[in-house]
Design a protein around this ligand. Structure first.
Ligand code: ADP
Ligand code: MG
Length: 316
């Protein structure tokens, strides 16, 4: 009897032992095994990485779940690889209804290559979705998306991250009434006392979404994300019409064939007060908010909380 009691005590302390006396292997649900990951199709491609739709099917009977998998285009362990690792570490810490959910990682070659596994959003990015669903998407709906993007961004800022690549191509559509921020590839964390992040590496940057201080001094503040949000709001209000895209509008203003000079001209135009103009049929009250995002000095810009209040007023 003493032995039985002793056994019960051990079982209580080690619940994993209980089922039939065979120890149950605790598995980490965020580790995906590469042999169970089946590619279905490509979802998108950036400069260094690509995103694929995969089926994670451990039972091998197509009962598995669809996931979006981000990996590097070339198998390298250069700076791009550490960018993907940083993106993984960022996403893993973010929990918000307007931010794409991290699911886990898949490592290969004994940890030499890594893939990011996230939830799959079938409708794709706003840039894919809006031109195709223009007829059924009212301006009120666009403002709802704007509020949701601001809520995700306000949360990101509260966690001391700067996104640095906010644009319609990086906002994903979960459903007609829910959008989420994705692509944290350029996101940087700021230490509590630092107000901005200075970029060191020379990288392909989404310059037409960037505030003057990013282009001139390579400094990124939370308010620089607000500027990029203003450009994203412009994209929303044009239903991401390619003919009116921010690069298109800028290049048609300053001319195309300036090569290396394009950046300098962009800076000059912005410093001279040039801004994207009000999109056709965009209400003045919405354009006023864009302009508040595009104040030259970061400290003069509205913040995400202020924008949420304004949009909620416009909707009520
Ligand atoms: P990159 O760093 O290469 O820009 P993104 O994360 O922006 O990578 O993804 C590129 C494209 O892939 C997006 O614009 C979108 O169309 C698609 N995509 C990315 N993540 C998902 C996802 N979770 N669900 C569905 N489509 C996605
Ligand atoms: Mg992207």
């Amino acid at each position: 009897r003493a032995i039985v009691r002793e056994l019960d005590r051990i079982k209580e302390q080690n619940p994993a032992m209980v089922s039939g006396g065979v120890p149950v292997q605790e598995i980490d649900p965020t580790l995906f095994e590469s042999r169970f990951l089946k590619t279905i199709r490509d979802l998108g491609e950036g400069h260094f990485g690509k995103v694929e739709l995969c089926l994670y099917d451990p039972h091998g009977d197509h009962s598995g779940q669809k996931v979006a998998v981000k990996s590097l285009k070339s198998e390298s362990d250069g700076p791009e690889c550490s960018n993907l690792r940083r993106e993984i570490n960022t996403m893993r810490e973010l929990y918000h209804s307007n931010i794409v959910k991290y699911k886990g990682i898949c490592t290969e070659e004994g940890g030499r290559t890594i893939k990011l596994i996230m939830e799959y959003l079938p409708a794709g990015s706003l840039k894919d979705y809006l031109p195709r669903h223009k007829a059924q998407t009212s301006q009120e709906r666009l403002l709802l998306y704007a509020i949701q993007i601001c809520q995700g961004m306000d949360y990101l800022g509260s966690q001391n991250y700067i996104h640095r690549d906010l644009a319609a191509r990086n906002v994903l559509v979960e459903s007609e009434t829910l959008v989420k921020i994705g692509d944290f590839g350029l996101t940087k964390s700021i230490k509590n006392n630092e107000e901005y992040y200075t970029v060191r590496e020379e990288q392909d940057s989404p310059v037409y979404w960037y505030a003057p201080e990013c282009l001139i001094h390579r400094k990124f503040y939370k308010a620089s994300d607000v500027w990029s949000f203003g450009v994203t709001l412009y994209e929303l209000m044009t239903y991401c019409d390619r003919k009116m895209s921010p690069p298109e509008m800028f290049l048609s203003t300053i001319g195309r064939s300036h090569g290396q000079m394009t950046m300098a001209r962009l800076v000059k135009a912005l410093e001279g007060g040039w801004r994207l103009s009000c999109p056709p049929s965009c209400p003045d009250k919405v354009y006023i908010q864009m302009r508040r995002c595009w104040a030259h000095a970061p400290e003069d810009r509205v913040d995400f909380k202020g924008l949420i209040e304004e949009f909620e007023c416009l909707l009520s």
